[in-house]
Design a protein around this ligand. Structure first.
Ligand SMILES: [Zn+2]
Length: 135
């Protein structure tokens, strides 16, 4: 494969660079932690004699917080998947392009060696350019 021009070699074998996976906690663990937080917040609010709506807010707040985090994480994963897909597509496109230009390059460079004088001739020549022998 010496015919592949230098500038295409890198593109022909792009290095694998998968996007790193974000660390994730199991949903059950998150839920239990949030529930404990919610109960703790609510009972603290109740113990200091906060009004009922504040107790409810203290109970609901951790759930809202986690919901927010989960939604953001989902969006982040979508973004990663999209980036990965775009990278794969670009890689395919590059491969196609390289294959095409290698084909183009080789079409013009295939030479036939004359068996009498050793001179190089075009693929479709019928007679040797140097000695005139039939190819
Ligand atoms: Zn010849």
């Amino acid at each position: 494969m010496d015919e592949i021009p230098e500038e295409f070699r890198f593109a022909a074998s792009p290095e694998e660079d998968p996007l790193p996976e974000a660390p994730r906690m199991s949903t059950a663990v998150i839920f239990i932690v949030v529930l404990i937080l919610a109960v703790a917040f609510a009972s603290f609010a109740a113990s200091i004699g906060a009004p009922w709506f504040f107790i409810i807010f203290a109970f609901v707040a951790p759930f809202l917080w986690v919901a927010n985090i989960l939604i953001r994480r989902g969006a982040e994963e979508d973004r990663r998947a999209e980036a990965q897909r775009a990278a794969d597509e670009e890689r395919e496109r590059l491969k196609e392009e390289v294959a095409q230009s290698v084909k183009e390059t080789m079409k013009g460079t295939i030479k036939v060696r004359c068996r009498y004088c050793g001179g190089l001739n075009g693929e479709h020549d019928e007679k040797c350019e140097s000695c005139g022998a039939p190819l």
